[in-house]
Design a protein around this ligand. Structure first.
Ligand code: OGA
Ligand code: MN
Length: 287
């Protein structure tokens, strides 16, 4: 394919603030430079991009991830990898509730997950997450994506002024899906980042705190920070800022962890759900 002449890529927005479906590309084949540039632009414009009906090997999944930046290393220490990870190439994670000998083969196995940014609990969080669905339940298990740009742009000016320039503390036990649920492993990580994050590529600001992992505001007591954080969580999760993804087998999604949070709906425990996940590595967040 001519690099000056991209494929007939169709970009269809999926909600007012976040999400677009990209049609016209078969990701099992290497993409031209022009197509790589076009999907990167769509990602920056729409925060979450959705490709349907893809048939990808693990090698394909890693290749497609690398179109967006360097592949991220798994945050969780190998000692805490679930058993299914043995079948994965380096850089790939398995998200699944399927059980063998009573033990889930993948990470984040069951049910509802609170809104969160992947890897915010690390000093250098990953810019993006790419999730590919192989098996899905007959109902439930939707993934919800909230635009941090829309939340920032519409935030109450008094609250914005109070928090501008401040930093929040984040803490996460790997595997936890609800704050303080005790379901995670004993492995954890913690970090401090600006409450409003400026995107290195778009220059736009997003709210950068989440209900699952954000535990406090630097320089404030818990009594002072708790109601402020609660107000931020409630605002950021407003339905008008959200795109809800209903999965089909063969969906490949890429979301931007700099400018969005995501959550998962509950789903039947006795139905199989299997997804493979990679991340796009990030860089240091300026203070
Ligand atoms: C994740 C995640 C949501 C889902 O993999 O980081 O949040 O729908 N997954 O499984
Ligand atoms: Mn996640």
């Amino acid at each position: 394919m001519n690099v000056m002449n991209p494929s007939k890529l169709e970009v269809t927005p999926l909600s007012p603030h976040i999400g677009a479906e990209l049609r016209g590309l078969d990701l099992s084949k290497p993409l031209s430079e022009a197509d790589v540039a076009a999907i990167n632009k769509a990602w920056l414009d729409h925060i979450v991009i959705v490709f349907r009906g893809q048939t990808l090997t693990q090698e394909d999944h890693l290749r497609v991830t690398s179109y967006f930046g360097p592949i991220g290393k798994l945050g969780r220490p190998p000692k805490f990898f679930p058993p299914g990870f043995k079948s994965l190439l380096p850089g790939i994670m398995m998200i699944s509730n399927i059980r063998e000998n009573g033990e889930p083969i993948g990470a984040l196995p069951d049910g509802e997950m609170m809104f969160h940014h992947d890897m915010i609990h690390h000093e250098i969080p990953h810019d993006g997450t790419m999730l590919y669905s192989l098996e899905i339940p007959t109902y439930g298990g939707d993934t919800l994506f909230a635009s941090g740009y829309a939340a920032y742009d519409t935030l109450d000016p008094a609250l914005k002024a109070k928090l501008e320039g401040k930093r929040a503390r984040h803490f996460y036990n790997y595997g936890s899906t609800q704050r303080g649920d005790g379901k995670g492993t004993e492995a954890h990580a913690e970090s401090v980042h600006p409450i409003f994050r400026t995107h290195d590529k778009t220059g736009r600001k997003s709210t950068y705190v989440n209900r699952l992992m954000t535990v406090g505001i630097e320089g404030m007591s818990d009594a002072e920070s708790a109601p402020l954080l609660e107000a931020l969580f409630d605002h950021t999760e407003k339905p008008e800022f959200v795109y809800r993804h209903k999965w089909k087998v063969g969906d490949l999604l890429l979301w931007d962890n700099r400018s969005s949070t995501h959550a998962r709906d509950d789903f039947p425990a006795d139905q199989r759900r299997l997804m493979l996940r990679t991340t796009v590595a990030g860089s240091v967040i300026p203070a």
